[in-house]
Ligand binder design. Sequence first.
Ligand code: ZN
Ligand code: ZN
Ligand code: FE
Length: 707
Amino acid sequence: AVVASLEQCEVPTRGGTGFSIGRSESGGATRTLASPDVALCRDCREELRNPADRRFRHPFITCTNCGPRFTIITELPYDRARTTMADFPMCAACAREYDDPEDRRFHAQPIACHDCGPRLALTNGDEVTATGDAAVRGARALLCEGRILAVKGLGGYHLACDARNPDAVLELRRRKRRGDKPFAVMARDLETLRGLVGIRAAEAELLDGIRAPILLLPRAGRRAGEGGARPVAEAVAPGNPDLGVLLPYTALHVLLLGLEEDGGPDVLVMTSGNMSGEPIVTDDDRARTVLAHLADAWLTHDRRIQVPCDDSVARVVAGGELPIRRSRGYAPLPIALPFDVPPVLAVGADLKNTCAVAEGRYAWLSQHVGDMDDLATVAALGDTVRHLQRLTDVTPRLLVADDHPGYRSSGWAREHAAGRRVRTVQHHHAHVASVMGEHGLELGETVIGVAFDGTGYGSDGAVWGGEVLVAGYTSFRRAAHLGYVPLAGGDASVLRPYRMALAHLRSAGLAWDDDLPAVAACPATERGVLAHQLDTGFGCVPTSSMGRLFDAVSSLVGVRHVVDYEAEAAIELESLARGVAVTAPYAFGLADTRSGRTVGSGGVVADPGPVVRAVVADLRRGTPAEVVAARFHAAVASLVTALAVHERRRSGIGTVVLGGGVFANTVLLESAVDQLEARRFRVLRPRLLPPNDGGLALGQLLVAAAG
Ligand code: ZN
Ligand code: ZN
Ligand code: FE
């Protein structure tokens, strides 16, 4: 249960005594809420281990307090008949528990046991090699041998292998063509995890709680002989100081990681069963074909998965949760809205897509859908919208999408308008409105919205991403932005940060000298083409992207020149800066265009040139990369504060909203919050929704509904 609001009123007594649970009536006007999936509870865990219990080692053990919900519900109200458990008629013993108000399984819709529940099967692609408990034991034996297993979970198939076996992990990485993108690992228990990562109390609570997300945590100090535990293979998260970790959240996971301390694998790589970028596989037939070249065997079962749902990802910052991907365990919990909205559908953006429907005072954000560069993901968006509408009974009259004319999500909205109005919203305005919305800011309020991300379509056609917007729900004014540099060749410059480094060097008036790691990383021929592009503007779009500036600095200090996924270079730069005390931060150049010096469009322009020149000077002085990284982070935090102070002096606004994917950077977020609070600003940061584009849909629908 979530307390969304509290009000007191007198309720007249209507008479009647006693307590009963009535039969559900479908088609009524009342809106029942679908619950997210809930991680296996302690009681069920005990029974799973108890040889005397009738559900000893039952892979589908659940009760009223735990188990699948969202991923098995086909329609509301939530009753067994409207879930994928409808395929499994209850046995007499389960039916007795289900009907007994004294029982922990009273009205537990997914109730099951060895006699009546779903069944496990281990297959090698051609035939079933084992069933039931033998399937689990067979799967464990394969993991011991270093094999890769497709495992059917709650919201889709995972690929699993022994995380301590370097050959197995490398092989999985090779087959999945995953580049360096880190894998998450699932460990047998909290104790095992403590051998791998540092865990604080708030983090342990989240890992072990009802949502059981993947948490990004710093690796434990790898001192020799520490408890004799072997670390996970380097290939799990190459070069990454953090590890994404989670605990078993279903009985099947508990069994797979071993109830008994018998020396089998106690840490497994658990990564989505798909090729990178495609939606997670849920269908058994598709799993056998799509995962055929990825898995050696399949541990599967005969309960259908109604909707795909990836594992959620989060970090903990200053004691509070910072969602990175809001999916299993969270979706489709509603978000309470600060004002009434008409029935509306917002389709989000093209990266990390999620969509949302809303009506009245509630919005429902979907699970993580994926990146729209894959056509299968565009199809998945349609399925997600349909299912979300069915669960919430919202029939949208208004559709909302991003301003970007080329976004596939926006195209999907236009194609599916069917006579309904389609409104588009500026990307960074939506980022700011999203954070305002989750904090319950009301319709007339105005904030200083700091939206820092990798890319978003700007009102002037440029690629925005380092924006300070004075914004309410209905409108915004661009109060400040990062100075424009040319972005040469879009995606090429995202995947090759050295190109951004060279663009920033040129904009800062610095020569491309070979002693600079970023320059050395750029092949000579590409350097020539790039110079020509930057000189003529051919194939270039001006950008104020803060994400790209992080990429550029990462390459300048020699941390990362080429990436496999967006923000990889920035993530490594952040980890370098962590824990380094800063004495002399760099400073951006600030020019108010209203006072004459005009660069870009309107407001204050923050020139990155002085920062880039200071970075290069430090490099040539032999300053360690850690110190450069820390000084850079401090400079960005100080920039946020300086721009907020400047705007407060001008308009008197005292609330600052921090949004956009760059604020998934905890070093930056913590120091920006500290500095702003020290200057007595009210600071609002994302807590319920991700700061990245995964949280955008809420902002879109609020802006559209506000007028
Ligand atoms: Zn339970
Ligand atoms: Zn049963
Ligand atoms: Fe964004």
